[in-house]
Design a protein around this ligand. Sequence first.
Ligand SMILES: C[S@@+](CC[C@H](N)C(=O)[O-])C[C@H]1O[C@@H](n2cnc3c(N)ncnc32)[C@H](O)[C@@H]1O
Length: 222
Amino acid sequence: MKTEFEITEDGSHTLFVPELNEHYHSTHGAVQESMHVYINAGFRQCTKEEIHVLEIGFGTGLNTFLTLLESEKSDKKIVYTSLELYPVSLADARKLNYASQICPEKADVFLQLHESEWEKKVDINSRFSLLKLNRSVTKNDSLTLDEVFDVVYFDAFAPDKQSEMWSQKIFNDIFSICNPNAILTTYCAKGAVRRMLQNAGFEVERLEGPLGKREMLRAQKN
Ligand SMILES: C[S@@+](CC[C@H](N)C(=O)[O-])C[C@H]1O[C@@H](n2cnc3c(N)ncnc32)[C@H](O)[C@@H]1O
């Protein structure tokens, strides 16, 4: 996918996809959006000592990096799996300013996330492993994984740009690979998405959205 770099309102980068007329993150701030939707509303709500995270759309690696930094504040063990069909090139990953904006001393770790081999579980440190899978979420058996998850970051392009990513089947598949009490968050607050999550079996609440967005969704498997 051809992309262009843009600076969002909090100073952090995002990528713009001309073909879809869509950004990877909110133009009101990529870091603020990821922190709000995935770290604060998602990851921080899970009290387990070992947390299995599933991300839909590895993209720039921002959510992964923020999760790693967050996990280092505690002694939690993180097993992180991320699916991505169009990996960002290493050359582009090197230009992203997330490490310099958030934690310059971890710049090498941010690159390690991008350099780590695909299809292989890699120990980024003794408490954080990363499995990146280069596959399409919309392919039939893509969500047949050898793991069950506690936290899901559903970070696909918007439903009006990539409707096939927001299907009942995908949400059903995700529900089936979630542990009891698992939490899924997404920046999207559309009624149709909320209903699909409910039909899959999740209990869904609307939360205040990140800057520039009224609402977001959090789903829980009870
Ligand atoms: C909104 S972006 C967010 C990416 C990432 N979480 C980040 O913070 O940069 C959506 C991501 O979904 C990926 N994607 C698009 N179609 C896909 C598909 N069929 N299967 C898996 N990933 C896909 C895109 O390449 C992009 O990286």
